[in-house]
Each structure stands twice: as C-alpha cells, then as structure tokens.
Design a protein around this ligand. Structure first.
Ligand SMILES: NC(=O)c1ccc[n+]([C@@H]2O[C@H](COP(=O)([O-])OP(=O)(O)OC[C@H]3O[C@@H](n4cnc5c(N)ncnc54)[C@H](O)[C@@H]3O)[C@@H](O)[C@H]2O)c1
Length: 362
C-alpha cells in the first residue's frame, strides 16, 4: 500500500483530533503540523506528537498529499485555496468561509483546479445521523415533511477568543451549519425560503448573536425548524459539551434533539439521552395510530462514533484520497448549506423572509 504524508493546519482542540485520525489511517506515513506562531507550533507539535513545519515547507513538499485544516474560520478559505493550488487534497473544517462569497470562491477553485476538497460535515459519518438517513432511504417514515431540531447548550466558547469576538450570526455557520446541513440531506431538496429571528443577546460579551430560530420552507410543503440557544444548560468545566460529561448534562438543560416526521412515521435523535427512536404510523377504525417500533441506545464509549465522528470522517476521507476517489460531499453541496446559513443571517439582519434565489445571496 502506497503511503503518503499529511499536514494539519491549526493545532488547537480540533487539530489534535485531526492529527489523531491521520495517525490511525493506514495510508498516512508522517504527519506535519503548522501554526503561525513558531513557539506555539513547536509546543503543540510536541504535545500532539507530530513534526513542526512552516506553511511554505508544507506546500512545497510533494510527499505531503493530504492537508486538513482546523484553524479559525476566517483562515479556512485562504489556506484551502493555497493547498488546492499546490496540488494537495484537502479536508477543511466547516464553515466553508465566513461569507457566502468566500464559500463560492472556494467551490470555484475546486472546479478550476480539480483538486479533492471535502468540507467537514462530519455528521454524515456519525452513526446516529446516518441511521436516520438509512431509515428515510428505506422508506420507513414515508415522505419526510417536517424536520425539527432543538439545540440548547451551555456557554463554552469563553470570553475574548476568536469565537466570542466574531460578529453577526457567527454561530449559524460555526455550530448550526451541521444541523441545517442535515435538513438538506434528509429532505434531499434545495430550500425555497428562510425566515430567522434572534432575540436580544443574553451572553453580553459575545460580539455575535447567541440564539436563533430558523424556519425553512422546502418544496412540496416541507418545512424545517431549528431552535438554538447558547445558555440555560448548566455550565461545566470541560470543553465542547458534545465531547464529554454527557451523564451530567442529560437533565441539566442540555438538549440536542432532532425530529423528522414523515407521512408514515417519525424519527427522533437525542444526543444527551444517547438514543435514536423510530415511530410507525398506522390506522384504526377511530383514529390514526402511532407506535415506537425501534429504539437504539449506545454506550458512552461509542459517543464519538454516534454523534461527533470527526475521526471516522477523516480516516474515511484519507482512504478516498488514497484510492483516487472523489469527495463524498461536493464543494457545491457544501456551498448550498452555507447559502442556507447566510440566508438565515440575512433574514435576521433585515427582518425579511429570504428567497433562496435572492440576488443578495449571490
Ligand atoms: N466538525 C466539528 O464538529 C468541529 C468541532 C469543533 C471545531 N470545529 C472547527 O475546527 C476549527 C478549529 O476549532 P478549534 O476548536 O480547534 O479552535 P482552537 O481555537 O482550539 O484552535 C485553532 C488553532 O488554529 C491556530 N491558528 C490561528 N491562525 C492560524 C492560521 N492562519 N493558520 C493555521 N493555524 C492557525 C490557533 O493558534 C489555534 O491553535 C474551527 O473552524 C471550528 O469551526 C469543528
């Protein structure tokens, strides 16, 4: 098996996960790491167990075929473009840029260079959400018509870092792009229009909004809602609530639930209860009936595989690259998800219902 080298750009929390995934891939030989600040680069590379390198060295080194980008959002497009133009295959964390123009530009560069580019919508590789897609594809809930996501968490972004200092509707791209992407994936359709509201901020040191209620209409009367707040849930001292401590969070105000209702049944995913359920609708002489026919639970050890499978995604993407296969989520598909994110932001900025073909979304 021919092995190649990898480089990780951005060595914070997610960069360490990307490095770990590359280490587990049978296709990867050496792993290099880049951070702009030399001292931090050396420290983080030592901590993670990878080789420090400058950006110029990484781009010029032909043995480095795979680049994964886990730097702050505003650096994604510049780094991904540079890597693709240097002939690298790229896995870039979401969001695909901080403006829609950036996202479109990246899709254009992918087309122009023919390079491999996949944006890190890892929920496609997380067992919980993949199970939903499989049930929908098998026709078990009929036609999905109504898609709802409730996501309440604690504030874990901390004061005065690149996240809390970002502006506008930053959290839509940063966190909710995953769940808006699921809507599109489950319906298999392009949205028609979007209306989104955001209440006054509660987290006063955020430069961006901290809550969102996003309503999206899809063809044939299908609708989706997403309700997000970054408070209520009890604070904890860990990192991302999705990475640890689920037991403590199950009944303290954390919610990450998704309901997909179809014409013949429904599905619920519940991260904090580690549970997926499926309902089947039926008929009786007096009324419509509904019954829970399948319940899947999973142990703590499988948390990441079930609902946050960045590692599985990365290992799989490296395999695609090794085998010369195309990206499984095209840049154009990722762009459509980002368009939905920016349509919601535009709606919040203007108070308008935004048509998906609105010229301001070009
Ligand atoms: N897919 C997911 O579920 C998921 C989860 C968490 C984070 N993310 C994404 O991963 C990215 C990183 O998040 P994080 O939590 O690791 O952030 P972080 O702040 O912990 O790490 C970012 C790192 O990038 C470095 N950096 C800054 N500018 C850089 C540049 N120009 N080039 C290279 N590195 C640079 C910083 O010094 C820092 O070490 C973000 O885009 C975030 O949205 C995705």
């Amino acid at each position: 098996m021919e092995k190649f080298n990898a480089a990780i750009l951005g060595l914070g929390g997610m960069g360490a996960t990307h490095a770990e995934a590359a280490r587990k891939s049978p296709y990867i030989d050496k792993i290099y790491g880049y951070e702009p600040d030399e001292e931090r680069r050396n420290t983080r590379c030592k901590e993670i167990g990878i080789i420090p390198a400058t950006l110029d060295e990484i781009m010029a080194d032909e043995s480095i075929k795979f680049i994964s980008i886990a730097s702050p959002n505003e650096t994604h497009v510049e780094l991904a473009e540079r890597a693709m133009r240097a002939g690298k295959s790229v896995l870039c964390e979401k969001p695909m840029g901080t403006t829609l123009a950036e996202a479109r530009h990246l899709a254009e560069v992918e087309k122009e260079t023919g390079a491999f580019l996949q944006i890190g919508f890892e929920l496609h590789y997380s067992k919980m959400y993949k199970q939903v897609k499989d049930w929908i594809n098998a026709g078990l809930i009929g036609t999905p018509v109504n898609n709802q996501c409730r996501y309440y968490c604690c504030e874990f972004h901390k004061k005065n870092n690149w996240r809390s200092n970002s502006t506008g509707s930053f959290l839509i791209g940063e966190k909710l792009s995953h769940y808006l992407d699921l809507q599109r994936w489950y319906f298999g359709e392009t949205p028609q229009n979007v209306y989104s509201l955001s209440a006054a901020k509660v987290v006063d040191y955020f430069n961006h909004r901290d809550n969102h209620q996003i309503l999206t209409r899809y063809p044939d009367g299908k609708i989706a809602t997403l309700n997000f707040i970054m408070y209520i849930a009890e604070s904890h001292t860990g990192h991302d609530p999705l990475r640890d401590l689920l037991e403590q969070q199950v009944d303290d105000g954390h919610y990450l639930q998704y309901h997909i209702c179809g014409t013949k049944g429904a599905i619920e995913t519940d991260v904090f209860r580690r549970r997926i359920r499926r309902w089947e609708f039926g008929d009786s002489p007096t009324n419509m009936t509904s019954k829970i026919v399948e319940t899947i639970t999973f142990p703590k050890e499988e948390d990441q595989i079930y609902f946050h499978n960045v590692e599985g995604q990365n290992i799989h993407v490296i395999e695609l690259i090794a085998k010369g296969k195309p990206s499984e989520m095209t840049a154009q598909q990722a762009y459509e998800t980002m368009k939905l994110c920016f349509a919601a932001e535009l709606s919040e900025d203007t108070g308008e219902l935004i048509d998906f073909n609105d010229p301001r979304l070009k």
